[in-house]
Write a protein that binds this ligand. Structure first.
Ligand code: NAD
Length: 371
C-alpha cells in the first residue's frame, strides 16, 4: 500500500495534506509513503523532516500510488502513474469542480471528497470542514482587529478611557463559535445570530448576546445534519430588518453563513453598510462561496462608506502550519479507522463510504452529485 502526498498546485494554497506525525503513523500501519519534494515548505515543514520519519521524498511521488492525498483535489494530469483505481483523498470541491470529478471517473480513480464526511459522532475527528473552519473563525477576528483603527478591549488610562469594540458574528457554526470566543478573548462586546435555534444557548455559553429573529420561525434545533437550508422570503425580510437595526451600532462584523451546495446567503446589503460608523470592519468568511456581504471581493480590502470589507478566498491557508497539522490528522483518522490489518489497506463501510465516494468503476456514483 503506497500513499502519495502531493505538493499543492492551487494558487494561494499553502497547506499540506500529511505532516511528519501522520506520515510516521501511516508507516506504522504498514504503508509506504512518498512525499513530493517541497510539499511542506509553505507549511513550515522541510523535506528533511519527512525523510527523518521514513518517507521517500521525490519529484514523482504519485508513481505506483494506491492512495493519493491532497488538501485540494489534484488535476488528473498530475495523477498519471498512480495505480488503476487509486483513491484520491482530498477536499475535492465536488459541486464547484464537477468537470474534474468527471475526469477522475474517466481515468478510473476512486475520488473520496472529505468535505462530504457525514456529521456523525464517530466521524468528527475526520471532519476537515470543522478543523479548518475553527482556525478560519479565529483568523477572521485577528485580521479584522488588525484593520480596525481602534482597540478591542476597554482600557482605562491616565489619558482617558478607550471603549470596548462591539463585534457581531453572523452564522454560529464552527467558524462563528471560534470567532465569538476569539473576539471575547480580545476584549470585545460580542453579539451573534444564526437561523438554527440550537445556537442560541451556545452563544450565551460563550458569554455573547444572541440576536435572533423572533416573529418568524427559524430552523428548529441543530438543523438537518447540523446544516442550515435556504430561508423563506418572510424570514429573510425579518432578518434584514433585525440586522438593519443592530448593525449600525457595531464596529466589527464577522459573517460565516453557508448553505451546503448553494451560494452563500446574502446577509448584509450596501445600504446597511452605509449605516455603520466609518472605521468599522467587516470580514466575510463566505466570500469564496459568493459572499454574505454586498461588495466583498476575495483577497481584497474594499472600502465602502468608510467601512473596510475584507475576506480571504482561503482563510485556513493563512495559518498553514496549524491548518496542515489538523487537516493531516483528519486524513489519518479517516484512513486508519478503516484500516484492515489482514488486507493491509483501508476498507470503507457503507455509511461513510457512500457519503464521500464520488467516483468508482469509471462512473460518478455519489447521490448528491447525481441528484
Ligand atoms: P456551515 O459552515 O455550513 O454554516 C455556518 C453557519 O451559518 C451555520 O451555523 C448556519 O446555520 C449559519 N447560517 C446559514 N444561513 C444563515 C443565515 N441566513 N443567517 C444566519 N446564519 C446562517 O456550518 P458549520 O460550521 O459547518 O456547522 C454547523 C453545525 O454542525 C454546528 O452546529 C456544528 O457543531 C455541527 N457539526 C457537527 C459535526 C459532527 O457531529 N461530526 C461536525 C461539524 C459540525
Amino acid at each position: 500500500m503506497k500513499i502519495a502526498v502531493l505538493r499543492e498546485r492551487a494558487a494561494g494554497e499553502s497547506r499540506v495534506s500529511a505532516s511528519p506525525e501522520t506520515v510516521k503513523k501511516f508507516i506504522a500501519l504498514g504503508a509506504t509513503v512518498a512525499v513530493e519534494s517541497g510539499a511542506g515548505v509553505t507549511a513550515s515543514i522541510s523535506d528533511e523532516e519527512y525523510r527523518a520519519v521514513g518517507a521517500d521524498v521525490t519529484d514523482n511521488a504519485v508513481a505506483g500510488a494506491d492512495i493519493v492525498l491532497g488538501v485540494q483535489g489534484p488535476e488528473v494530469d498530475q495523477l498519471s502513474g498512480a495505480n488503476p483505481g487509486a483513491w484520491i483523498v482530498a477536499g475535492l470541491d465536488p459541486f464547484g469542480k464537477r468537470e474534474r470529478v468527471n475526469a477522475y471517473a474517466a481515468a478510473g480513480f476512486e475520488a473520496l471528497a472529505m468535505e462530504f464526511m457525514p456529521r456523525i459522532t464517530r466521524a468528527q475527528s475526520m471532519d476537515i470542514l470543522s478543523s479548518q473552519s475553527n482556525l478560519a473563525g479565529y483568523k477572521a477576528v485577528l485580521v479584522a482587529a488588525n484593520l480596525y483603527g481602534r482597540a478591542f478591549p476597554m482600557m482605562m488610562t491616565a489619558a482617558g478611557t478607550v471603549s470596548a469594540a462591539k463585534a457581531f458574528i453572523m452564522g454560529v457554526g464552527v467558524a462563528g463559535l471560534q470567532a465569538i470566543a476569539t473576539a471575547r478573548r480580545l476584549g470585545a462586546q460580542v453579539s451573534a445570530t444564526d437561523v438554527r435555534s440550537a445556537t442560541k444557548e451556545q452563544i450565551q455559553s460563550l458569554g455573547a448576546k444572541p440576536i435572533f429573529v423572533e416573529n418568524v420561525a427559524g430552523i428548529e434545533g441543530e438543523g438537518a445534519g447540523g446544516y442550515a437550508t435556504e430561508m423563506s422570503e418572510e424570514y429573510q425580510k425579518a432578518q434584514a430588518e433585525l440586522v438593519s437595526s443592530h448593525i449600525a451600532k457595531q464596529d466589527i462584523v464577522i459573517t460565516t453563513a453557508l448553505i451546503p451546495g448553494r451560494a452563500a446567503p446574502r446577509l448584509i446589503s450596501d445600504a446597511q453598510i452605509a449605516t455603520m460608523k466609518p472605521g468599522s470592519v467587516i470580514f466575510d468568511l463566505a466570500v469564496a462561496q459568493g459572499g454574505n456581504v454586498e461588495g466583498s471581493v476575495p483577497d481584497q480590502v474594499v472600502e465602502k462608506h468608510g467601512v473596510k470589507i475584507v475576506g480571504y478566498s482561503n482563510t485556513p491557508a493563512h495559518l498553514p502550519a496549524d491548518a496542515s497539522a489538523l487537516f493531516s490528522r483528519n486524513l489519518y483518522n479517516f484512513l486508519s479507522a478503516f484500516w484492515d490489518k489482514e488486507q493491509g489497506k483501508p476498507v470503507l463501510d457503507e455509511e461513510i463510504g457512500n457519503a464521500i465516494r464520488l467516483t468508482q468503476g469509471g462512473k460518478v456514483v455519489n447521490e448528491r452529485l447525481l441528484a
